[in-house]
Design a protein around this ligand. Structure first.
Ligand code: CA2
Length: 146
């Protein structure tokens, strides 16, 4: 049976592809979603793909994933660097968690170097562009299926 994976995206990622292409590339979040769906099919994973500008909504989705999903892929965007609430919610999720950043956060401003989510993440992918989401799904497949 297909394993279900929740992919979560944080604030402002709904605007992906509209500015700063030198940092984030030209793909929109809809393009990223389409790529994930296609990779998920290859790997036998079913997906929920969501974006929110609201921390509490992301916490709600992480809690819901406890009942629906074998794993979580998350790009928390700016909440990466601020949100203990997201870290706490992820700590209550039992399956694998993979953190994705489109940009290489360690090459950028120092305030982007610390991630609360990395305290929980089983893997972190940064600086691979939007391909990072597909790489995360491949790793997720290995973690879930061996
Ligand atoms: O590199 C990443 O994926 C980030 O998580 C993106 C966040 C940033 O705050 C993190 O430090 C690193 C910013 C997301 C902003 O979304 C965009 C909106 C419009 C155009 C491009 C990106």
């Amino acid at each position: 049976m297909n394993k279900h994976v929740t992919i979560l995206n944080g604030p402002n990622l709904n605007l992906l592809g509209t500015r700063e292409p030198e940092i984030y590339g030209a793909e929109t979040l809809a393009d990223v979603q389409a790529r994930c769906v296609s990779t998920g099919k290859e790997l036998g994973l079913s997906l929920a793909f969501r974006q929110s500008n609201h921390e509490g909504e992301i916490v709600d989705w992480i809690q819901a994933a406890r009942d629906t999903s074998a794993g979580i892929v998350i790009n928390p965007a700016a909440l990466t660097h601020t949100s203990v609430a997201i870290l706490d919610a992820l700590n209550m999720f039992d399956g694998p968690v993979i953190e994705v950043h489109i940009s290489q956060i360690h090459k950028r401003e120092s305030f982007r170097h610390h991630s609360y989510v990395s305290h929980r993440a089983d893997a972190v992918i940064a600086g691979c562009g939007t391909q990072g989401y597909c790489l995360a799904l491949h790793r997720m497949s290995t973690l879930l299926n061996g």
